[in-house]
Write a protein that binds this ligand. Structure first.
Ligand SMILES: NC(=O)c1ccc[n+]([C@@H]2O[C@H](COP(=O)([O-])OP(=O)(O)OC[C@H]3O[C@@H](n4cnc5c(N)ncnc54)[C@H](OP(=O)(O)O)[C@@H]3O)[C@@H](O)[C@H]2O)c1
Length: 347
């Protein structure tokens, strides 16, 4: 068989949301390989991230921006360049790349092959584990943005990371350690050893009074709280853990896992009300990562360099074959994992 014939016989396998519902609505479709357009490359995906957002969109078609079924979830991928589109000269076939799928619209990452504009891709240095690299794209960029752009932390400041054992939580702890911060992190008891391994003091949010514990540890509260959980009660708790003039950076609604979509309006209303309290505390939202492509590319490259230098080591909760995407969603729904769940292909 010639190389062209061989390529023609290869099919793409893609995970689609067939209707809104439980993990079982994720099904595999077989199709022709996508062809890269001008300024794009085709990437053979090695690792794709699974996130709490994916779960929200799979369950409900009510969220703004949800495409019509069938569609594909997944906003971060790492893979190997497989074909160059017209006009592409700065990437080569065989190079490993990492990137987000925002530029092509909604999701798209749960697939064996994907075409992406080169503006969204950054070269991954040789020798890097694709599953670790894919954790960098959304989780570490989000953590970096929240920590260094939104909160603008200074060495020696104290932080409380809510959901500290999660994908963004572990990213915040690793970056916080590098930034010389005094760190506290909420997690279930079984994740406390992990939280301590980053140099943070773990607090069991299930059994302890978090605000009381923070006050006993710090005196008058922390400088910054990072909250990816959301919901009225949670944000009020995070707010009270701050000292006067502290910053509450919120960037997620992981509480929808248990509380459903109604958590979202309550989160927005709570932040609105907290902003009205004239006590010097601030409640900024970490901005959208996809807004500034130059920042995205530069910071993603810097974070990948930290990975090469072994200054960071993302926690991969589990590597699950792409074709078992439904099982990956079950793992997220069940909870009890630490770090990021990653889909891997057989490549
Ligand atoms: N804005 C952005 O750009 C952006 C980017 C990435 C993520 N996010 C959002 O951020 C949120 C978190 O994402 P993730 O990937 O880090 O989720 P994740 O990996 O599922 O982690 C969430 C963690 O939250 C913990 N948790 C649950 N309820 C808690 C509570 N009441 N107090 C403290 N901890 C609690 C769980 O810890 P235990 O298992 O220890 O109980 C779990 O480890 C999601 O809503 C996601 O969509 C936003």
């Amino acid at each position: 068989m010639t190389t062209v014939e061989k390529m023609n016989s290869i099919k793409n396998h893609r995970v689609v949301v067939t209707q809104h519902g439980g993990p079982e609505v994720l099904q595999i479709v077989e199709e022709e390989l996508p062809e890269p357009g001008a300024g794009e490359v085709r990437v053979k995906v090695l690792a794709a991230g699974v996130s709490a957002y994916d779960l929200m969109f799979r369950r409900s078609g009510m969220l703004p921006g949800t495409p019509k079924v069938p569609y594909t979830l997944g906003e971060d991928i790492v893979g190997v360049v497989d074909e160059l589109g017209e006009g592409v000269s700065n990437l080569e076939i065989g190079q490993m790349v990492a990137g987000a799928t925002w530029a092509i619209g909604f999701g798209g990452g749960y697939t064996e092959y994907i075409c992406l504009p080169i503006s969204e891709l950054v070269v991954v240095p040789a020798g890097i584990d694709p599953a670790e690299a894919v954790c960098i794209v959304v989780n570490y960029l989000t953590a970096y943005m929240a920590m260094h752009q939104t909160a603008n932390v200074r060495s020696g400041e104290s932080i409380l990371v809510q959901g500290a054992a999660g994908g963004t939580g572990t990213a915040l702890l690793e970056l916080g350690k590098l930034a010389g911060l005094e760190m506290y992190g909420t997690a279930s008891k079984h994740n406390h050893e992990l939280v301590s391994s980053f140099g943070a003091t773990p607090i069991d949010y299930r059994t302890e009074d978090v605000v009381k514990r923070i006050r006993s540890l710090t005196g008058n509260g922390v400088d910054v709280v990072f909250d990816p959980i959301g919901g009225a009660r949670q944000l009020w708790l995070s707010y009270r853990a701050l000292h006067k003039d502290g910053r509450l950076v919120w960037f997620g609604v992981a509480a929808t896992k248990k509380g459903g979509l109604k958590v979202i309006p309550f989160t927005l209303l709570t932040v609105f009300l907290l902003k009205l309290i004239p006590d010097g505390k601030q409640t900024p939202l970490a901005p959208d990562l996809s807004e500034d492509n130059a920042w995205y590319r530069e910071t993603l490259s810097e974070l990948l360099d930290l990975l090469v230098a072994k200054k960071i080591r993302p926690v991969v909760a589990e590597r699950i074959p792409l074709v078992e995407a439904a099982r990956a969603h079950e793992v997220l729904e069940r909870g009890g994992y630490a770090g990021k769940v990653v889909l891997v292909t057989g490549a």
